[in-house]
Design a protein around this ligand. Sequence first.
Ligand SMILES: *[C@@H]1O[C@H](CO)[C@@H](O)[C@H](O)[C@H]1NC(C)=O
Ligand SMILES: *[C@@H]1O[C@H](CO)[C@@H](O)[C@H](O)[C@H]1NC(C)=O
Ligand SMILES: *[C@@H]1O[C@H](CO)[C@@H](O)[C@H](O)[C@H]1NC(C)=O
Length: 463
Amino acid sequence: MHITALASLLTLPALSLAAPTKQHPLGSKHSSPYKPDHYDPYDRKHDSVGEGLHPEPYRNGKGTSVLGPRNRMREQQDPDMVRPPSTDHGAMPAMRWSFADSHTRIEEGGWTRQTTVRELPSSKEIAGVNMRLDKGVIRELHWHKEAEWAYVLSGEVRVTALDSEGGSFIDDLKEGDLWYFPSGHPHSLQGLGENGTEFLLVFDSGGFSEESTFILTDWLAHTPKAVLSENFRIPPELLEHIPLSEKYIFQGSIPGSIEEEKPKAFKQSKLNFTFNMLDVEPQVGSGGQAKIVDSRNFPISKTIAAGHLDIGPGSMREMHWHPNADEWSFFIKGRARVTIFAAEGTARTFDYMGGDVGVIPANMGHFIENLSDDEPLEVLEIFRSDRFMDFSLFQWMGETPQRLVRDHIFANHPKAAKEFLRQVEGGKKDVIKEQYYKSPEHEEAIRRLEGGGDGGEGWAEEL
Ligand SMILES: *[C@@H]1O[C@H](CO)[C@@H](O)[C@H](O)[C@H]1NC(C)=O
Ligand SMILES: *[C@@H]1O[C@H](CO)[C@@H](O)[C@H](O)[C@H]1NC(C)=O
Ligand SMILES: *[C@@H]1O[C@H](CO)[C@@H](O)[C@H](O)[C@H]1NC(C)=O
C-alpha cells in the first residue's frame, strides 16, 4: 500500500466524526465508494440499489476496471460480489437465489414459482414456493409427503384441511398469518377478498417439487371409471365429464362465510393448523424486533421453526449462529448484507433484497445488516426443526471470564480490551442492534480514544 493510501486510513476516525447523523460512510451521495482512489479499511456497507451506485472491482488501491461484457443490473444487486469485503476469503457455494430467477408456472387466475435444491443446491433442508391466487382462485385439494408451513405475504386466503382422526379444519387468514399441514394431510387454498392472496410456502425437504403433489383431479383422471363408480356409489355414466387431468390452480366460485360452507359431516379438528405470527410477543432489541414461532407456541409445527425480523434504521441482526439446522431466509422487504463464516478462514458476503432467498448452513456464523436508507428490512429466518435456537457472539463474550476474552483478542491492547469488555459485560443478547457507527456512543468512545472527554483516563488504565 502506498503512502497516500496509508495516510487516508489513519485519518479515518476523525473523518467519520465530521457528519454525525446521516449514514453515508466515506462514499457520500456525491463521491462513489467504487472509485479507484476510495479507501476503506473497515469494509463498510453500501446500498448500491438505493443510491444508484455502480459497483466496480476497486478495493483499497487494488483492482481495476471491467473491460468485457457486464450485467450492470445484476452487479448493482450484488455489490459485495463485485467488490467483496477484504475479509472475504476461500470458496463457498452459492447461498443466494432470487425468486425472480425461478420459472413461473402460469395457470388460470394464479401462478407459482419455486426455489428448491434444483435452483439453489445449498437449499438441502428446505424448499420454498411463492404462490399467487386471485379472488376465488383455488389451489386444488391435494397432499404431499413433505410437511407444509406458510406465511401469508398479502391479501386473504381460506384454508381447509383434514386430520388423521377425521377432524376437519377451515380458517380464513390474512397478511402475517401462518399455516402448517403435517406430512400427508390433505388440504386446499383459495384466494379471498378483492385481490385474492399471495403467500410463501415452505417444505421440510429441499428436494420438494410443487409439480409432484398428490392432486384430487389427477387421481380421479387416472383411476378406472368402474372403480370410481364402486367407490362413490354412482353410475359410471355420471363420471364421463370429470377432468381428464389435474386442475392444479383454477378459478373457483366465490365462497360464503366459514359457517355457511361447513359440510354436514364437519367435525372440528382438535388440531390448530393456523397461527397469527404477528401477534407473538416480540423479543425487542435496541434496533428492531424478532418474533419467534416454533412448536413451543404453535404446537402442530413439529418440523418448521421460524423467526420474523424487523431490522430498524441502520441496524443489524447481531453476529450469531444456529446449532440445530440450516437457516433458509426469505427477504420480504428491503436490502441486506450478510457475511457467512464457514471456518478454515473461509467467509463470503452476499447481498439480498425483497424476493430473495438465502441459505446459511447450520453452525456457520453470520449477521444481517440493513442496507437501505428508505426501505424497511423485513426477513423470515426458517429452519427444519421443532425449535428456534441461536447463539449470540456478544452474549458469549459477556459470559466468558474477561481475562480469557482479553487474552484472545486484545492481548497487546489493554485500552481496547477495556472498551470491549465494558460493552459486553452485561452479557445481554441484543438480537437486533441499533446502529453504532456515528452514534453519540461511538463519538464518545473516539473522544476517549483520543485521550480527551469524560472518563477517558478511567478505562485507559491497565486491567
Ligand atoms: C386490489 O388491487 C388494486 C389494483 O392493484 C388496488 O388498487 C386495490 O387497492 C387492491 N385492493 C386491496 C383490498 O388491496
Ligand atoms: C388457533 O390458534 C389461534 C391463535 O393463533 C386462536 O386464535 C384460535 O382460536 C385457535 N383455533 C382453534 C380452533 O383452536
Ligand atoms: C433500514 O435501515 C435504514 C438505514 O440504513 C433505515 O432508513 C430504514 O428505515 C431501516 N429499516 C427499518 C425497518 O427501519
